[in-house]
Design a protein around this ligand. Structure first.
Ligand code: NAD
Ligand code: DAU
Length: 339
């Protein structure tokens, strides 16, 4: 079995590569990643010497490079994690989101059509469903919830999902789509809520909470997401969408307070800043389908997962210190300087 994992130098893709190489020692895993600001080769250092692993630096939008890779490797499956993934960046500059998330998906699927594969899996997001009101805790996203996006990021992911479904119906491409809630865990890029708050707290810097901090996200430990995708690509039904989430809804402010408590830092570091434009209020996944069909259940409780995650950031300072001392410094100043 040969699998191309795109975006494997990023947060979830790298965790997925580690999971697959560990669980399936006879699989060949090829990481295709163009190493944007969010991709780090150092993340993959521990698998670089594995004879079943290959890293290829190229963009999923580069048709020639993608076709060449298919000709060289004859992959059985593609798991597409490659994306521009940060909502705040999409509000500043939507264009690259359209290129990577939509066009890149089309190029990958064209290669699948041309060379033949047994499965194309699209890693999508619960954000394609828009948001839920805070005063309706009885409502959840199911696979039948209509697509209703808020940000350029979620719109680009929804556009990609629609294309994937179109390639299935029009060309019979054997596809699956997963839509997961917010992940957390090792190698999470410092621009996202949990690592940003951990790193700022460690430096006794203000903890910038958007709006009133009442927005709710449904947090899932990254390994649980990887296990769900593993089940879908092996046992999921072609043409289907699977929601992934662990019924672990928390407000942003509660998350930040937990991080302060775990690190022994004062809540006085919390600073309320201008809200995100178009900020989604609540995400909440109904994971009944993947549970009933594939037996998936989240294994890591948030109380444990957040401890493990904080410890990982304490133990891997060189990983994130390199990131935050580079171009990220300019990003941080631009986004938070006068907020
Ligand atoms: P990330 O930003 O950490 O990593 C993205 C990776 O894709 C990076 O390695 C980057 O270099 C690579 N990449 C970007 N553009 C590329 C291109 N044109 N060609 C090749 N590689 C490219 O993202 P993440 O948080 O790991 O998310 C991975 C996927 O999972 C995304 O598709 C995202 O939409 C989806 N997702 C993320 C979450 C979450 O909570 N982080 C939840 C649900 C779904
Ligand atoms: O739901 C899945 C999505 O989760 C993925 O599709 C995205 O790729 C991923 O980035 C994530 O999107 P969010 O926008 O929910 O994640 P983020 O970490 O950016 O923000 C989480 C919440 O915290 C959100 O309500 C905004 C808030 N926030 C975020 C940052 C970075 C703050 O209050 N302060 C901050 O500094």
């Amino acid at each position: 079995m040969t699998i191309i994992v795109t975006g494997g130098a990023g947060f979830i893709g790298s965790n997925f590569i580690f999971h697959m190489l560990n669980k399936y020692p006879d699989y060949r895993i090829i990481c295709l990643d163009c190493l944007t600001y969010a991709g780090n080769l150092s993340t993959l250092a521990k698998v670089m010497d594995n004879p079943n692993f290959r890293f290829v630096k190229a963009s999923i939008t580069d048709r020639e490079a993608v076709y060449k890779l298919f000709e060289e490797e004859h992959p059985d499956m593609i798991v597409n994690f490659a994306a521009e993934s940060h909502v705040d960046r999409s509000i500043e500059n939507p264009e690259v989101f359209l290129d990577t998330n939509i066009k890149g998906t089309a190029v990958l699927m064209d290669a699948c059509r041309k060379y033949g594969i047994t499965r194309y899996h699209q890693v999508s997001t619960d954000e394609v469903y828009g948001d839920l009101p805070l005063d309706r805790p009885d409502l959840f996203f199911t696979e039948e919830t209509p697509i209703h996006t808020s940000s350029p990021y979620s719109s680009s992911k929804a556009g990609a999902d629609l294309l994937v479904q179109a390639y299935h119906r029009t060309y019979g491409l054997p596809v699956t789509i997963s839509r997961c809630s917010n992940n957390y865990g090792p190698y999470h890029f410092p621009e996202k809520l949990i690592p940003l708050m951990i790193i700022n707290a460690l430096h006794d810097k203000p903890l910038p909470v958007y709006g009133k901090g009442e927005n709710v996200r449904d947090w899932l430990y990254v390994e649980d997401h990887c296990k769900a995708i593993d089940l879908i690509i092996h046992n999921g039904r072609v043409g289907e969408v699977y929601n992934i989430g662990g019924h672990n809804e928390m407000t942003n402010i509660d998350i930040v307070k937990i991080i302060c408590r775990e690190l022994g830092k004062p809540e006085s570091l919390i600073t309320y800043v201008a809200d995100r434009k178009g900020h989604d209020m609540r995400y909440a996944i109904d994971p009944t389908k993947i549970h009933n069909e594939l037996g998936w259940l989240p294994e890591t409780k948030f109380a444990n997962g957040i401890k493990k995650t904080i410890q990982w950031y304490l133990d891997h300072k060189e990983w994130w210190e390199t990131i935050i001392s580079g171009e990220y410094e300019n990003y941080y100043e631009k986004m938070y300087g006068n907020r």
